[in-house]
Ligand binder design. Structure first.
Ligand code: BG6
Length: 488
């Protein structure tokens, strides 16, 4: 859909997220013809530099980020023309008046997006200044990134600060997992097909698994990550959002608040994990030295350069949604760094058939599974029982009906950030988190953090390149289940 020309201001315009994700995403959207020519992208950071310096720096980063994309590379020079730079300090007045006048001179009612790609500690200052200079009015929007707080109380402080400058309809809280192709396909799969929804409940679904496995370690984010850990970094946001997309009731319309109302109900129905069950329902792990994809990697503490961190780099947990649809259906979640492969998937495991007509010699009849793969190789697999082809009597076999999006459509899928940035420009908040969602998620997470803290246990060690501590396997095996392995 065409959009009106806009000004997009990236606070933290020289930072990692801007150079690795936001600007490459914008370049690809530009190459696709989605960014009107009169639009501008303005990087803001503290250092003084000229537009030309900034363009050169961004040009370098984008040539690397889009090395294999010929169309994007061809458009790079024209894209850089749209780029400007402003040196501003969120904590000082200097320069703000001029910055505001410059933006306003471009049209009071122009779409303006302020992307706060900075440390959350600057959100309050930035929002105060945007308000003081009248930049919160008209068609202004503000985008904030996680971490939105480190617990419920600190999230509320950030939300209050941003909320005092911008109305909720102007605030876009990004969870980039919601921008992934397969997540939106989950909406299509559930609500554009008659097949699944009648079975989408405790009568037919045995359990759900959500895995987000990464091969990377700390990268360059030691300071942030060590104060966060996997529960805050991944579960509070990405994994719970995926859980909501699976578990929510059908919204009445694909309209932002209708969808977010349903997700909120799921978050509020999550059964609280009590302190006394913490050891049964959750597993924390931290990687030790090992090998990932054949390369030796150091342990977490070595990477961190400290010996005393109890931060978890792996979490597995069993959640339950206490409502009619999901009563008694466990949702097993796991995520971790330095696991054997990078894979994110949602597995819906259906119940067994009620009665088998087959001889034992035909082999076991296994429950159907619907596997939604978010990355890599986005696609959907429906595991079904079929007759083993060929002579030799009736033997059963489980094989997947397999739809790989790349094979089926053969096109480059826009990255999550590309799609979400354009949604902000269009003013469509459906795939963004509302304040109450973020806070409901923290409300469920806080007691888990508190219970871990009061036990003061070290996380369980796991070797880099393994699937986490053995306790994570035990978590599902205790219930007579196993983690899904894609064998085909
Ligand atoms: C971020 C986390 O939100 O998501 C990172 O802070 C993590 O720790 C990243 O690596 C994973 O995103 P993706 O899109 O690479 O799966």
């Amino acid at each position: 859909l065409p959009v009106d020309p806009f000004d997009l201001v990236i606070f933290g315009g020289t930072g990692d997220l801007a150079l690795r994700k936001l600007l490459p995403g914008l370049l690809r959207r530009y190459a696709d013809g989605q960014i009107p020519d009169d639009s501008r992208i303005i990087g803001v950071a503290r250092d003084k530099q000229s537009d030309a310096d900034y363009r050169a720096k961004v040009g370098d980063a984008l040539s690397r980020a889009c090395a294999s994309d010929e169309v994007a590379k061809a458009k790079l020079p024209a894209f850089l023309e749209k780029l400007g730079y402003h040196a501003l300090d969120a904590t000082k007045d200097e320069g703000w008046e001029e910055f505001a006048s410059e933006l306003k001179a471009h049209g009071e009612d122009r779409i303006r997006v302020f992307y706060l790609s900075t440390s959350p500690s600057l959100f309050v200052n930035l929002c105060d200044r945007l308000r003081a200079h009248g930049l919160n009015r008209g068609q202004s929007r503000v985008v904030i990134e996680k971490p939105i707080g480190h617990d419920l109380a600190s999230a509320a402080v950030i939300n209050d600060a941003v909320g005092s400058a911008f109305a909720e309809s102007q605030i876009f809280r990004i969870d980039h997992y919601l921008g992934k192709e397969t997540v939106q396909n989950l909406l299509a799969l559930r609500f554009a097909n008659i097949l699944f929804e009648p079975l989408w409940n405790a009568n037919h679904i045995d359990h759900v698994q959500i895995t987000v496995a990464e091969t990377v370690g700390l990268e360059k984010r030691a300071t942030y990550y060590d104060t966060s850990g996997a529960l805050r970094d991944m579960v509070q946001n990405h994994l719970l959002q995926l859980l909501c997309m699976v578990a929510m009731e059908p919204p009445a319309a694909l309209q932002a608040d209708a969808v977010r109302d349903e997700k909120l109900k799921v978050l509020r129905s999550l059964r609280p994990i009590e302190a006394e069950e913490i050891g049964q329902l959750t597993v924390r792990g931290q990687y030790r030295a090992g090998a990932v994809n054949g390369a030796a990697v150091p342990g977490y503490l070595d990477e961190l350069g400290r010996e005393d961190s109890r931060t978890e780099t792996f979490v597995a947990l069993k959640a339950e949604v206490d409502n009619w649809r999901w009563a008694g259906v466990p949702f097993y979640l796991r995520t971790g760094k330095r696991l054997p492969e990078r894979v994110s998937e949602i597995v819906i495991s259906f119940r067994q058939i009620p009665h088998s007509i087959f001889e034992n010699s035909a082999g076991p009849v296994m429950g159907n599974k619907l596997v939604l793969r978010l990355q890599p190789d986005e696609g959907v697999k429906l595991w079904m029982m079929i007759k083993d082809p060929g002579p030799g009597g009736l033997r059963l076999q489980q094989v997947p009906l397999d739809m790989s999006f790349a094979e089926a459509f053969g096109v480059h899928q826009p990255e999550a950030y590309e799609r979400l940035l354009m949604d902000v420009v269009r003013g469509n908040p459906t795939l963004f988190m509302r304040r109450d969602e973020v806070e409901a998620a923290w409300k469920w997470i806080d007691p888990i953090l508190a219970a871990w803290e009061s036990k003061r246990e070290s996380p369980k060690a796991y070797t880099a390149g393994s699937w986490g501590p053995s306790a994570a396997v035990a978590l599902v095996e205790r219930d007579g289940r196993t983690w899904h392995e894609d064998t085909v």
